[in-house]
Design a protein around this ligand. Structure first.
Ligand SMILES: *[C@@H]1O[C@H](CO)[C@@H](O)[C@H](O)[C@H]1NC(C)=O
Ligand SMILES: *[C@@H]1O[C@H](CO)[C@@H](O)[C@H](O)[C@H]1NC(C)=O
Ligand SMILES: *[C@@H]1O[C@H](CO)[C@@H](O)[C@H](O)[C@H]1NC(C)=O
Ligand SMILES: *[C@@H]1O[C@H](CO)[C@@H](O)[C@H](O)[C@H]1NC(C)=O
Ligand SMILES: *[C@@H]1O[C@H](CO)[C@@H](O)[C@H](O)[C@H]1NC(C)=O
Ligand SMILES: *[C@@H]1O[C@H](CO)[C@@H](O)[C@H](O)[C@H]1NC(C)=O
Ligand SMILES: *[C@@H]1O[C@H](CO)[C@@H](O)[C@H](O)[C@H]1NC(C)=O
Ligand SMILES: *[C@@H]1O[C@H](CO)[C@@H](O)[C@H](O)[C@H]1NC(C)=O
Ligand SMILES: *[C@@H]1O[C@H](CO)[C@@H](O)[C@H](O)[C@H]1NC(C)=O
Ligand SMILES: *[C@@H]1O[C@H](CO)[C@@H](O)[C@H](O)[C@H]1NC(C)=O
Ligand SMILES: *[C@@H]1O[C@H](CO)[C@@H](O)[C@H](O)[C@H]1NC(C)=O
Ligand SMILES: *[C@@H]1O[C@H](CO)[C@@H](O)[C@H](O)[C@H]1NC(C)=O
Length: 337
């Protein structure tokens, strides 16, 4: 009976069962990324969405600016700007075991084609299984078990007014893009406050509830060396418990790479990402040249559970969400009456 009714619902709302999100779990530390929007949650409990201490990251906007910081390309069709990612879909790689700067990690990529302007946004995610140190340019960050690093690449963005770029106009005036301001909204248990620098040479913030984030101040453009981000960036804007972090990327040819780190579990505002404690570091890096991040697929040690490495159309996940959905429909609409 239950299954007949469930099957009926399935026929009526088949799209309800499509679930291509990714969930990666290592030793109690969890990362979830939604296929639609790329919304990311990191925490140390199974039910990430109801945990007030989990850290949520959402790509917010990408705006192209001229040398005065005024937005350009707004009136282009399609516009040279992304002000929401809620309708953007992402695809996932498989998860693999790698080493990143000699630290074992489980990693995966999630990638979006920013279709209107044919640019690519790729985020590489590393969930570390060991402690150690990660150094980009002269900037070193202490890594603990469960820390997660996100490496973000923006690739093939065609700037307004650049050679090989786009001829953007506001009325009859040509526009020249000098920067991309890329923003991510990050929220935790409470609004971010500065934490000590012991954890990293980057900017360190405490989010409360045992969580923190570490924002690199370095950027890599194309195949060039790491450089300091433009003065005044990363820039934080706070609204309640949410804060938007804006990363300013200077005009590049093919790619820009940036990284940030988020810690959950036992991050402490005074002593930072403490040695010996558990913590999750989520680190995002925008990659410059599409080169491989991390090692060569070396198998790490320790308990590694990928609950659902869900690629589009994965039959396992479909059947799991199918069963779970049948059960919830049953519980809420049928079985209780
Ligand atoms: C991680 O996955 C394992 C295996 O599915 C599960 O037993 C455990 O509860 C998960 N841990 C958390 C914190 O979700
Ligand atoms: C993931 O791994 C499976 C099995 O090894 C393989 O069939 C599939 O093509 C891989 N998917 C991607 C996106 O690499
Ligand atoms: C990498 O890790 C191994 C084992 O932990 C260690 O023996 C080796 O010295 C490390 N190499 C570097 C370059 O840190
Ligand atoms: C989009 O970008 C890809 C790779 O950069 C390129 O091969 C393709 O031709 C581009 N498509 C359009 C419509 O510009
Ligand atoms: C917090 O840290 C940032 C970056 O280091 C700095 O610019 C800012 O002034 C600090 N804010 C406070 C309130 O200390
Ligand atoms: C890049 O860094 C390397 C090593 O630090 C240095 O030798 C080289 O001169 C740098 N290149 C540029 C263009 O700054
Ligand atoms: C790294 O340190 C060297 C020597 O102190 C300095 O010349 C260089 O500019 C620094 N690089 C960055 C990206 O800060
Ligand atoms: C980058 O910033 C660091 C720290 O503020 C500073 O020591 C270094 O000289 C800067 N590098 C360049 C190339 O400006
Ligand atoms: C999980 O995180 C909470 C803070 O949200 C912390 O109190 C707890 O000790 C952590 N649990 C583990 C097993 O690390
Ligand atoms: C993630 O993307 C990078 C760059 O394209 C690639 O080298 C790496 O193999 C990808 N990882 C997986 C698990 O597909
Ligand atoms: C992969 O890494 C392992 C351990 O560091 C090393 O022994 C092996 O030679 C590497 N393989 C390749 C193809 O680089
Ligand atoms: C990664 O390594 C662990 C052992 O540490 C293993 O259980 C797991 O299956 C591996 N995952 C992948 C995707 O290869």
């Amino acid at each position: 009976m239950i299954f007949q009714r469930g099957s009926l619902i399935l026929l009526l709302f088949p799209v309800y069962f499509v679930n291509a999100d990714i969930f990666v779990n290592y030793s109690g530390f969890n990362i979830k990324v939604l296929e639609q929007s790329g919304k990311t949650v990191v925490g140390n409990v199974s039910n990430l969405d109801v945990d007030p201490n989990s850290v949520k990251l959402q790509f917010a906007e990408i705006k192209e600016k001229d040398s005065n910081g005024s937005e350009v390309g707004k009136s282009m069709i399609p516009p040279h700007t992304f002000s929401t990612f809620t309708k953007q879909s992402f695809s996932f790689s498989n998860t693999t075991n790698v080493t990143y700067q000699n630290i074992t990690a489980t990693m995966f990529n999630f990638t979006a084609n920013l279709a209107p302007i044919n640019a690519t946004l790729r985020t590489s995610v590393y969930l570390f299984k060991e402690e150690g140190k990660v150094t980009d340019a002269n900037e070193t960050t202490n890594i603990k078990v469960g820390n997660v690093k996100f490496i973000i690449n923006i690739m093939n963005w065609k700037f307004c007014g650049s050679s090989g770029g786009v001829n953007c106009k506001q009325g009859s005036t040509g526009e020249v893009g000098r920067y991309i301001d890329f923003s991510i909204v990050i929220s935790g248990n409470r609004s971010a406050s500065n934490a000590t620098k012991e954890t990293s040479d980057g900017d360190v913030y405490n989010l409360g509830g045992g969580a923190g984030i570490i924002l690199s101040k370095k950027v890599k453009y194309d195949d060039r060396n790491w450089t300091n981000m433009t003065t005044g960036y990363p820039k934080m804007t706070t609204t309640g418990k949410h804060q938007m972090f804006t990363f300013r990327l200077e005009n590049f040819n093919t790619s820009a790479q940036y990284s940030l780190t988020v810690a959950v579990g036992n991050f402490d505002g005074e002593t930072g990402n403490r040695v010996g404690s558990k913590g999750t570091t989520v680190s995002t890096t925008v990659r410059g040249n599409g080169s491989t991040v991390g090692g060569n697929g070396t198998t790490g040690s320790g308990k590694d559970t990928t609950i659902s490495n869900t690629i589009r159309n994965s039959s396992n996940t479909l059947s799991l969400s199918f069963l779970l959905t049948l059960l919830s429909i049953c519980l809420f609409y049928f079985c209780s009456t």
